[in-house]
Design a protein around this ligand. Structure first.
Ligand code: TXA
Ligand code: MG
Length: 337
């Protein structure tokens, strides 16, 4: 993670001049200052959060926000999460009632996104919110994200820094693989500790609703809020809840107990069934936080020929296991288009 690395396209093109496709810089105070200047100038900067790397752009700048959608190949009906340092900055964008303030006080900064009613005078690009009268707001805990947000001094729209529908990046190099020269600067803050995206909780209506399980568990939220609804699957309120998402190129098979020829295995717990071409352990000790942190990087590592598919052992459906299983089910779902 020392100094800057230029990643170049066309490894097979030895000797020829190859264009620089992405600049990865260690997230030093100096680089954080230039990242903030780039963001204020309307450029896109990828930075680590405690969940996954985000593709940041000025959320008040229509052109920057449009570039985020273009860089990801993301449908414009799918709104972005707006990142702020904390509650005070969130209050300028959205209407928070006592319940929302209590949830924010308990879980911010952290891996929780709140969908709230948008203030008319929020100054946000309408494109960032896909024209909805709500806005998704999150205060990330990662020190680099906090420093970038404070230095930028304005709300930053930041979806996960992957091409739409693909696996989210948990390392700076993943961002370069996904986005290449579509991002001006990638701040390298090492591996993201949580490894799965934030929980998305809708507090814009009377009943709190879980739109996406993530880094804050349903159990933690229920303890504070009581029973929490899940929206009807038929009409997802959160477009990121669409069936096929987080998908590797190879087919993914869940709840695997035995090997298919040429398949790789993501193992969980001390014992793995025999016969797989390659085995990576999400967690040998059966620790869900460790499995979450490893999931996306291991899916990427196994997503290559001559492997024929990726099988995953069963993961318990509680705590972070819900978010892991949610991502795995989407990664295994029939592909759109
Ligand atoms: O952990 C994370 O949340 C990461 C890091 C970078 O912060 N970001 C992230 O963003 O995962 P993205 O864009 O990949 O996912 C945002 C999710 C999508 O499912 C989107 O549909 C939903 O939040 N969302 C955003 N605004 C919404 C709104 N107003 N109402 C309902 N869902 C919304
Ligand atoms: Mg995403």
């Amino acid at each position: 993670m020392s100094g800057q690395r230029n990643l170049r396209r066309g490894c097979g093109n030895r000797g020829a001049a190859v264009p620089v496709v992405a600049l990865i810089s260690a997230a030093t105070p100096r680089e954080i200052t230039s990242a903030a200047a780039l963001l204020r100038a309307g450029r896109l900067v990828a930075f680590p959060t405690e969940t996954v790397y985000g593709l940041g752009g000025d959320a008040t700048n229509d052109r920057a926000v449009a570039e985020i959608f273009a860089a990801k190949g993301r449908p414009r009906f799918n709104p972005l999460i707006v990142h702020v340092p904390g509650l005070a900055e969130a209050e300028a964008l959205a209407v928070l009632d006592e319940r929302a303030r209590e949830v924010a006080a308990r879980f911010w900064p952290g891996p929780l996104t709140l969908v709230l009613r948008r203030r008319n005078d929020c100054g946000l690009s309408l494109l960032a919110c896909a024209g909805l009268d709500t806005v998704a707001v999150r205060a990330p805990a990662h020190a680099v994200a906090q420093a970038v947000l404070r230095a930028a001094g304005r709300p930053i729209a930041a979806p996960s820094a992957n091409r739409s529908g693909r696996v989210s990046p948990t390392e700076a190099a993943h961002v370069a693989e996904e986005l290449g020269d579509r991002v001006t600067l990638i701040l390298d803050g090492g591996r993201t500790p949580v490894g799965l995206e934030s929980t998305v909780l809708d507090l814009s209506g009377e009943a709190a609703a879980l739109l996406r399980p993530g880094g804050v568990t349903l159990e933690q939220l229920t303890e504070l809020l009581g029973p929490i609804a899940k929206p009807a699957a038929a009409r997802p309120k959160s477009p990121g809840m669409l069936a096929s998402h987080y998908a590797p190129s190879l087919p993914l098979r869940l709840d695997a107990a035995a090997a298919y020829p040429g398949e790789a295995l993501l193992a969980f717990g001390p014992l793995a069934p025999p016969g797989f071409a390659e085995v990576l352990w999400l967690s040998r000790s059966g620790d869900l936080a460790e499995a979450a942190a490893n999931l996306f990087a291991m899916l990427r590592r196994l997503d290559r020929p001559p492997l024929t598919g990726i099988a995953v052992m069963p993961i318990p459906e509680h705590g972070l296991g819900r978010a892991i299983n949610d991502r795995l089910r989407r990664a295994a779902a029939p592909r759109q288009g």
